[in-house]
Design a protein around this ligand. Sequence first.
Ligand SMILES: *Cc1c(COP(=O)(O)O)cnc(C)c1O
Length: 397
Amino acid sequence: MSKDGLRKLKPATQLIHGGTTRSTFGEMSEALFLTQSFAYPTMEAAEARFKGDDPGFIYSRFSNPTVAMFEQRMILLEGAEAARATASGMAAVTASLLAQVKAGDHVVAARALFGSCLYVVEDLLPRLGVASTLVDGADLAQWKAAVRPETRLFFLESPTNPGLEVYDLKAIADIAHDAGARFVVDNVFATPLLQKPFELGADVVVYSATKHIDGQGRCLGGIILSSQAIIEESIHNFLRQTGPAMSPFNAWVMLKGLETLPLRVGQQTASAGRIADFLAEQTGVTKVLYPFRPDHPQAELARRQMSGGGTLVSFVMESKEQAFKLANALQIIKISNNLGDAKSLMTHPATTTHQRLTPEARATLGITDGMLRLSVGLEDVEDLIEDLAEGLAASRR
Ligand SMILES: *Cc1c(COP(=O)(O)O)cnc(C)c1O
């Protein structure tokens, strides 16, 4: 099917057929081209390929047929013009920021960032002469006030980790563009299905494919999506020369993951909504954070810019002791800091992913000692609720 034909189809269909190129064998499952390099029929052919006159493959550090299939499928889903896959989500975040700035530039980011993203913005960029300002992402006045003449990028995640705060992407995009800056969105928590950052004004969208895109806890991967112009101007060359390439094997796993993404995210989101409602009624649970619950502080905004509440639920127990007792008593839900897996996973952010922060910094982000984050998997939701009920009973003993 032609690219234009595929663009008109619904996501579930695009994710089965999009981006597929077949070898002369006509294989049905996407071929795994586990190769480093490619042979040219003649020296003239090699010359043409290096000059860019022939679009064929050269070297898998920057282009590979299996990786290209994954990129094309993601381009269709996201409605982007171009994409580059990377070795991990952090490779995607780091490259998308570093490739677009130079010493003397300035970056504004929401303070509530995935721990390693916070390191890149708060430590790494300033060490290279790129100043950064962290703001409360929900406060539009702070985004405006942070702008300087040399501001090049705005960066955020929404919903955030682990507080599941929701930021107004459209309003923040407008502030960025008025300032002549580009807007980079890490869309991992929303997934490519539940939130469309390009439609809300994003210039660059990044994912950790490790999460929902793989969806079964196997491979690391990441991807950067944007206009052709941004990829060609900075991102392609940065990745080509510095080398955080996605393995063809991992790209093949991600392609298979994409085929079931709508089924998985749909089921996990439905279960997450039910679990959030269940938790909200339990004694010992002082707060539930879920974007589509009416008691979420940005519930109205969440329903405006997302088509589902997502697969994560955060909630607060009275103390660290109660949170630990609950998690330690779980039989089905595993203790792990990963997310987006078919297996339900629970983590205690204050002592794991956000341990590096000072208690004050954690308090600013609302990460209390009683907070737990649950990534809802594909188990039967009744079994998950029963597991949580037993965990809650144990926390009271
Ligand atoms: C996991 C994650 C990353 C980093 O991805 P890796 O694949 O682990 O490198 C970045 N941002 C968010 C929001 C994430 O959840």
